[in-house]
Write a protein that binds this ligand. Structure first.
Ligand code: PGA
Length: 256
């Protein structure tokens, strides 16, 4: 564990799964992953499967969460799912601000910050995603973009809110593309993010769990996770294949 920080490997199933396929995957994960102190394993699944996760994973040492959350707790918001509902299924985490939500569903910084607050208000740990597009990286805007995305949450929630949150750097150009950020590229942005938080509170920055996401695979996980400011990963495609997800978790374990 780096500098005493909690670490996390979280699977993001996105809109994949079926009751039968999930069951096979979850049983395989349960059989292979044992609790490790200071390192959490989590699965973030589509809403209809949260009951299945709760039934199958309870007591296993693998925790679970949702992939988004409404900024409201109750009311006339057709199609939305609220924090209190998610909480009833025993979720630990809620992803907020994933780039697919930002890009495909028009979630802006203000909406993401409101969702972050909704997660915390309901006892869920938000996994706040930030990341730049390829165009933004090539223009040299990476730090400006991720800094703005982080600031939107810091401004609304305050730096103390990061005591019970996880931050995930997910370069948009690396998500689902097979193009992983190099370990040095990931480390550079992680360091930038940690330093930005440290400007407001050094102790909170030092304890903040920072994940890398974007084409993490068994073959690159060790190098990425070994970086000084990388505390684990948010795993998309490879989280759908039991042996790949287990291998990535074992990579994190090996660095404990
Ligand atoms: P990927 O997705 O691992 O398939 O690139 C990561 C994510 O979107 O969280």
């Amino acid at each position: 564990m780096k500098a005493g920080r909690a670490r996390l490997v979280a699977g993001n199933w996105k809109m994949h799964g079926s009751l039968a396929a999930n069951q096979r995957l979850l049983v395989a994960l349960k059989g292979s992953l044992k609790p490790v102190s200071g390192l959490d394993y989590a699965i973030c699944a589509p809403f209809p499967y949260l009951a299945q996760l709760s039934d199958t994973l309870a007591g296993s040492g693998i925790v679970w969460g949702a992939q988004t959350i409404s900024e409201h707790d109750v009311g006339a918001y057709t199609g939305e799912v609220s924090g209190p509902m998610i909480r009833e299924f025993g979720c630990r985490y809620a992803i907020v601000g994933h780039s697919e939500r930002r890009q495909l569903y028009g979630e802006g910084d203000a909406a993401v910050a409101a969702k972050f607050m909704a997660a915390q208000r309901n006892g869920l740990t938000p996994i706040l995603c930030v990341g730049e597009t390829l165009e933004q990286r090539e223009r040299g805007d990476t730090e400006a973009v991720v800094g703005r995305q982080l600031d939107a949450v810091l401004n609304l929630a305050g730096v103390a809110a990061l005591r019970s949150a996880v931050l995930a750097y997910e370069p948009v150009w690396a998500i689902g593309t097979g193009k992983t950020a190099s370990a040095a590229q990931a480390q550079a942005v992680h360091q930038f993010l940690r330093e930005r938080v440290a400007k407001q509170d050094g102790e909170i920055a030092a304890g903040l769990t920072l994940l890398y996401g974007g084409s993490v695979k068994p073959g690159n996980a060790v190098e990425l996770f070994a970086q000084p400011d990388v505390d684990g990963g948010l795993i998309g495609g490879a989280a759908l294949v039991a042996e790949d997800f287990v291998a990535i978790c074992k990579a994190a374990e090996s660095l404990a």
